[in-house]
Design a protein around this ligand. Structure first.
Ligand SMILES: Cc1cc2nc3c(=O)[nH]c(=O)nc-3n(C[C@H](O)[C@H](O)[C@H](O)COP(=O)(O)OP(=O)(O)OC[C@H]3O[C@@H](n4cnc5c(N)ncnc54)[C@H](O)[C@@H]3O)c2cc1C
Length: 562
């Protein structure tokens, strides 16, 4: 049902129209090409469809292989160098930005996808670390950790993403220390990349004159560039620090007014986001369009089940959110095809669906192993476009950042409505994390991941928190790109001096009215958003590891070229 609804949405949106909204970095090739010549014997190479999460980067047939061993990955990499092909590691394809392939790449392009999900999936726990191959999903990793009493302090909401895909783009959940909360050993409030102890990549071996496996320890000079590399490397496995699993309670509210939750800092007696961060440290807000009471989730540490909380032993406890009823998704589809005026009714229905769903499934108060509440987004959830920004600021300014962001979004939505336009028809989502403090990984000499949105700013040591803000809408919604371009310009201007902005790499950024990932001012300004010289030095390290530019594509080149 959901698949067919998704197809309908694409049909309604019109893939051709969508194609014109996304970056066209590579010219389209009309004819199917011959198989890659002289591919390493014994490794099957086949055509496979590629589609990113929102369906706005699609290719009907891309040459793909699924190496069975790290040695086979190396063989393919070395072949690619000599054959003049590029390799793109692919995980679950659950992202937005064209970091894997760019629009127009197909089986006639000199590109081969390396599917890690088929064979490179081993996981093994040793004490407080886990070694995991890049194609294992977060679902699998967290299950194995739970079996050993281990976990991460926070994690991305979907479990069907690969470890390799998650590390490439500085994946995160939501967590800052609650007031008085000590950081547990082996935990970070920064990104998953900050927990890397070592990683094995495919890298150029100058002495041998070929690509080879290289294990890079966290304190090695090139590690910081590899920890978040945007697909400019090929990771085979990684060893991560873990923390002891502690049971979490996850409570939901749908009755706190947005005006109160997002109130200006210091508003007396208000149940603000900052107040929940102070008491629990972990929260997510989902604010449906044209509604007054967001869905707030708050996680808190509870070693034993609190009275009234429902014990859960498996994740994904919001089925009403992952499987939206057909009538509602049909209404959603109609918003894209000219029925924009129904957006307010759609937003209210979404919220009502959550309110009733929480009641019907007794999910407003859950308790269990951390995995069971930290994972809550299934791949059946609606496929929508998302922009994504990380605003770094002082903890004391988190509420101001959220107040300003939500206020501006609402102001732009209201202005659009006055013009009879409804560019935003899905929620705003907000989470908050800490920084990638390299000391958290417990490796002497470790440095933070250079390209992480949570990489500390030495010129602003007082900035200790990151507000992650996503504005969502159906792909193809009229006016959406212009709206997001305007919002982005404001975000960049407003959070300057007292806060700083970086992109959430896996999502949308760099907007013009024609689409995402293309605004030259944004793209050219990226290095300045990181500590002086660090972006350039990460580019140089990644070039050293792959001087033949086997692991790249047109967008990655645009982002990471000296
Ligand atoms: C519904 C939804 C919810 C999400 N929620 C969150 C969230 O809560 N937190 C969060 O941080 N992110 C979230 N994301 C974003 C997601 O974490 C990223 O898009 C992630 O990259 C997806 O992993 P994947 O396995 O699908 O990677 P893919 O999309 O297949 O690949 C992404 C990038 O990683 C590269 N890559 C993959 N494997 C390797 C490898 N072995 N070596 C080198 N490069 C590799 C690819 O080349 C590509 O550049 C969400 C995405 C969706 C669709």
């Amino acid at each position: 049902m959901v698949q067919s609804t998704r197809r309908q949405l694409f049909q309604l949106a019109g893939l051709t129209a969508l194609g014109s909204q996304v970056l066209r970095l590579t010219p389209a090739h009309a004819a199917a090409g011959p198989p890659p010549p002289s591919f390493p014997p014994g490794i099957e190479v086949y055509r496979q469809a590629y589609e990113n999460w929102a369906g706005d980067v699609v290719a009907e047939a891309v040459w793909t292989c699924a190496p069975r061993t790290p040695a086979e990955v190396v063989a393919v990499a070395d072949w690619a160098r000599t054959a003049g092909y590029r390799l793109r590691a692919r995980g679950m394809l659950h992202g937005w930005s064209p970091l894997t392939i760019t629009p127009g790449e197909d089986d006639a392009s000199a590109v081969v996808l390396v599917d890690t999900t088929q064979h490179l999936t081993a996981v093994s726990v040793a004490g407080d670390t886990v070694t995991v191959q890049a194609g294992a999903t977060m679902d699998r990793l967290l299950v194995v950790l739970e079996q050993h009493g281990r976990a991460f302090l926070h994690a991305p909401a979907p479990g069907d993403i690969t470890v390799g895909g998650a590390l490439a783009i500085d994946a995160h959940g939501t967590a800052v220390p609650a007031v008085g909360e000590a950081r547990p050993a082996g935990a970070t409030c920064g990104t998953l990349s900050n927990l890397v102890v070592s990683m094995t990549v495919v890298a150029w071996d100058a002495a041998e004159g070929r690509y080879a496996l290289k294990t890079v320890q966290r304190a090695a000079p090139e590690a910081k560039a590899l920890l978040v590399h945007l697909g400019r490397a090929l990771v085979v496995d990684v060893t991560l620090r873990t923390t002891a699993d502690v049971p979490l309670r996850c409570q939901s509210w749908v009755d706190i007014p947005a005006a109160e939750l997002f109130a200006a800092p210091g508003t007396a007696g208000a149940r603000t986001v900052a107040s929940f961060l102070d008491s629990a440290g972990r929260m997510e807000v989902i604010w449906f369009p044209f509604t007054d009471t967001p869905w707030l989730k708050v996680w808190s540490v509870f070693p034993t089940r609190p009275f009234g909380s429902r014990a859960v032993t498996e994740p994904y406890n919001y089925p009403f959110s992952d499987n939206v009823p057909e009538e509602l998704s049909d209404l959603g589809a109609s918003l894209v095809s000219g029925n924009g005026a129904a957006t307010p009714a759609f937003g209210r229905s979404m919220l009502e669906g959550v309110r009733l769903g929480l009641l019907a499934t007794q999910s407003a108060d859950l308790w269990g192993p951390s995995r069971c509440t930290l994972l809550y987004v299934r791949p059946t959830t609606m496929r929508i476009h998302a922009d994504g920004y990380a605003v770094m600021c002082r903890r004391a300014d988190v509420q101001q950042v959220i107040h300003d962001l939500c206020g501006k979004h609402a102001e732009l939505v209201a202005a659009a409505e006055e013009r009879g336009e409804y560019p935003m028809n899905m929620p705003v989502e907000i989470r908050v994390t800490g920084l990638d403090d390299a000391a958290h990984v417990g490796v002497p000499g470790a440095e933070p991941p250079t390209l992480s949105a949570c990489a500390p700013r030495p010129d602003h040591p007082e900035w200790d928190s990151v507000v992650w803000f996503d504005a969502l809408t159906f792909p193809g919604t009229p006016g959406a790109m212009a709206f997001l371009a305007e919002l982005e310009r404001w975000v960049l201007d407003h959070f300057s001096g007292w806060a700083g902005v970086r992109p959430e790499w896996s999502k949308g950024w760099g907007y013009t009215a024609a689409g995402a990932w293309r605004d030259d001012t944004f793209l050219d300004g990226l290095p300045a958003r990181f500590p002086t010289g660090s972006y350039e030095s990460a580019v140089a390290s990644l070039d050293d590891l792959d001087p033949h530019r086997v692991f790249t594509n047109a967008l990655v080149d645009r982002l990471l070229q000296a």
